[in-house]
Design a protein around this ligand. Sequence first.
Ligand code: GAR
Length: 193
Amino acid sequence: MSNLAIFASGTGSNAQKIIDRFRNHPHIHISLIVSNKPQAGVLQIAEREKINILIIDREQFFRGNGYTDELKTAGIDWIILAGFLWKIPEQLIAAFPNRIINIHPALLPKYGGKGMYGHFVHEAVIAAGEKESGITIHFVDEHFDHGKHIFQERCSIDATDTPETLAGKIQVLEHRYFPKVIEKLVCGEAIRF
Ligand code: GAR
């Protein structure tokens, strides 16, 4: 059994989809929800789903070893970032080599980096007059939105699209693909759909 920790700072709609896919899964178990925000919606999901919660403190995350000991003690094998807004410390990356993955709501390497999250991404994409956007699922390295790509999917942008309608299109892609990509990656299968 592979144990996954989901890190999230917000509503947790992706976390919910991931939890739904792996409920009673033979090889994958969602063991822990980690958040930097005590009020985050994702924590209500964790409580409802009876999944353990870890609220992390900025000082301990960045000046300690990024909660490596707690995560190892909990038997965590993979870390899934689903709308988690803090940079991952190097010690945590070193403790989970190629085992931390992130989803970004744009076609990286464009529209990534510090401060590029949620609606800021969609506003920038629309303002630039892009004809398409999409999602990127990638390994996490020591730079924001930078590690090796695992999967991308695209959607078109129409003249009538706004940041809000684009966000809706992106969310459909995220919910459709993120859980499936995680499953294939963790189970060591080729990522083709
Ligand atoms: C998702 O769209 C995810 O791609 C984005 O945060 C949202 C979380 O939504 N992540 C980033 O922007 C990271 N740079 P959710 O809380 O509903 O799952």
